[in-house]
Structures are given as structure tokens and as C-alpha cells.
Design a protein around this ligand. Structure first.
Ligand SMILES: Nc1nc2c(c(=O)[nH]1)N[C@@H](CN(C=O)c1ccc(C(=O)N[C@@H](CCC(=O)O)C(=O)O)cc1)CN2
Length: 297
């Protein structure tokens, strides 16, 4: 099939398919994938690769138009691509940019991250659906009600922790959630919950990890006399605040800042960092690489 090199007419970027791949590194991977896409009549609009010398893993993200003449459907492409993927030991995913991941948000008493994410959803900055908001406090119910999102108040005490988490997970399952966001949700998930949600639960920690893990990081930072504070979005694992980091941001502080001043200075960092992490995750730009991540921004 001969084609004169000419650009494909511009269209809606949401009429695209996103192929993400990770596999053991080696020769010919990009050629094999690009050759496959070319043979299928795909018009590539974005491609990124990373070869990690430490882990010997290769990472690839390719975006191509889904509306080129003769291109197979996503399901048919998946069937055709599977043998090649098998040959290279690929872990891969092919999704449509039009897909709207279902995101359940969990919050406790600080609503700035929740409010920011819901606003970004409402203003179509985030191509997601939010089927539920969960909380161990009633404080944020009005935000949910205003936006017509079901709010599940799941109070927790030391004695009810196990039952509360069971209810938490049941709502996530019944919501068919693709992603869970802990938007300042101040409860530690059990090892079981962390395993169930592995790779699809993002937490915003209000410090520049690995400094000041755990509870009250601003109090810890103030006591230490730090000159910067930060926020970190990371995947949740059973090791508290040690999951693969997705995004971080920092701001300068000094001796004049009280703990409350640190909390205020950190608030906008937290919302910005979490919003970036959620957007990159739903756009399939984040790939887990052992204890770290590769981010194709
Ligand atoms: N399994 C995991 N669960 C959670 C993680 C994680 O990385 N792995 N991140 C935390 C968020 N977090 C800091 O960002 C955090 C939240 C809560 C605590 C904590 O000590 N909580 C106390 C109760 C506090 C309260 O009721 O106000 C507790 O759970 O006993 C530390 C760090 C979210 N979960």
C-alpha cells in the first residue's frame, strides 16, 4: 500500500486511540509497533519512548487517529496486535481518548482538593465521570449535593475500621470505578484494600516526600524548620506514603511561617499536584516502573 507523505486532515483530538506498552527492553520494539500501526493505516500524532537501564524495561506511549480510512475498530486492532505483544512479552493497553474513566473521590475534612477536582470535572478540564464521593465525615456533603454526585458518609472508629473499609470497597466496586482518588482522605487503607486498588488509587500527601510521611506533615515540617514545603501525588500501596510518585511541587517558606501559614501555603500546591496526577493518569501518561513511575507528559 503506497501512500504519498501528506498530513491527515486535523480533527477532534478525542478521535484518537492511545496505545501504552511496557516490556523487557530489546531491539526492534519501536519498529515492530510502528510497523504494525502503519500496516493498519494508523496516523500517529504523538509517540514517546523510555528505556530504563536500571530495570531493563522499555516503555512506550503512542497516540494515533481513530478515524483514518480503513482503520479497524479498537477491538479488532487489539486482536491483531495481541500476537506481536505476546512475542515481546508486552503488558499493554489500547484505549480511546473518548473513554471517560470512572473516578471515585474519597475525602475527610479538608475539601480543597475535592472541590478543585469536581470543578475541573464540571468545567470539562477532566474527561472523567464521578459516580461517588466517599467520606468518613459529613462536612463535604454539600459540595457533592451541589454537583448532583452521590455522597456516601462512612464514619469510622477504631472498632468499626474493618466494616467501614468493607463498605468503602463495596461502593468502589458497585461504582465500577477505574480510579480512586484519596483527596486528603485521612484513613490508612489496609493491605488488602491497597492490593485490590493497586495501580488505580492515587493519594495526595501534603509534604515533599520522602520527607514527613504519615500524619501531620506540616507540623513535622514546622518543627524541623524547613525552607521549602511541598505536595506529592503518589499511587497508594501498603507502605504508607511510599507508593510510586506521580507528581510533586514545592514552595519556599521561612522562620516567619506558623503551622497554619504552612497549611495555607501548601493548599494550592496540593490541588495543583493532585489535578496534574489525575489528568496524566486518565490520559494514560503514567506508567509504573517498579517503585517509580515513567510520565509521558
Ligand atoms: N495504605 C495506604 N493508605 C493511605 C496512604 C498510603 O500511602 N497507603 N496514604 C494516606 C494519606 N495520608 C497522608 O497523605 C495519611 C492519612 C492518615 C494518616 C493517619 O495516621 N491516619 C490515622 C487517623 C487520622 C484521623 O482519623 O484523623 C489512622 O488511620 O490511624 C497518615 C497518613 C491515606 N491512606
Amino acid at each position: 500500500m503506497s501512500r504519498t507523505p501528506k498530513p491527515f486532515p486535523p480533527g477532534d483530538p478525542r478521535d484518537s486511540l492511545i496505545l501504552t506498552i511496557t516490556c523487557p527492553d530489546g531491539f526492534g520494539i519501536t519498529a515492530a509497533v510502528s510497523g504494525f500501526l502503519y500496516s493498519q493505516g494508523a496516523f500517529t500524532t504523538e509517540a514517546a519512548y523510555y528505556s530504563d537501564p536500571d530495570t531493563g524495561r522499555f516503555f512506550m506511549r503512542t497516540v494515533f487517529r481513530s478515524d483514518t480510512p480503513g482503520l479497524l475498530s479498537a477491538n479488532a486492532l487489539r486482536e491483531c496486535f495481541a500476537p506481536l505483544a505476546e512475542r515481546y512479552g508486552m503488558t499493554w493497553e489500547l484505549v480511546s481518548a473518548r473513554d471517560r474513566p470512572r473516578v471515585v473521590i474519597a475525602v475527610s475534612r479538608f475539601g480543597h482538593c475535592l472541590n478543585d477536582l469536581v470543578h475541573r470535572w464540571r468545567s470539562e478540564q477532566l474527561n472523567v465521570d464521578i459516580p461517588a464521593i466517599l467520606s468518613n465525615h459529613p462536612d463535604m456533603a454539600q459540595i457533592a449535593e451541589w454537583h448532583g454526585i452521590p455522597y456516601h458518609y462512612l464514619p469510622v472508629t477504631r472498632d468499626t475500621r474493618e466494616a467501614q473499609e468493607k463498605a468503602f470497597l463495596k461502593i468502589i466496586e458497585e461504582s465500577n470505578a477505574d480510579l480512586v482518588v484519596l483527596a486528603r482522605y485521612m484513613q490508612i487503607l489496609s493491605d488488602d484494600a491497597s492490593r485490590i486498588l493497586a495501580g488505580r488509587c492515587i493519594n495526595i500527601h501534603h509534604s515533599f516526600l520522602p520527607s514527613f510521611k504519615g500524619a501531620k506533615p506540616y507540623h513535622q515540617a514546622h518543627a524541623r524548620g524547613v525552607k521549602i514545603i511541598g505536595a506529592t501525588a503518589h499511587y497508594v500501596t501498603s507502605d504508607l506514603d511510599e507508593g510510586p510518585i506521580i507528581e510533586q511541587e514545592v514552595v519556599r517558606v521561612d522562620h516567619k511561617h506558623s503551622v497554619d501559614d504552612l497549611v495555607s501555603a501548601g493548599r494550592d500546591l496540593e490541588t495543583m499536584v493532585l489535578a496534574r496526577a489525575v489528568r496524566w493518569h486518565v490520559e494514560r501518561r503514567v506508567m509504573i516502573n517498579g517503585t517509580k513511575t515513567v510520565i509521558f507528559r
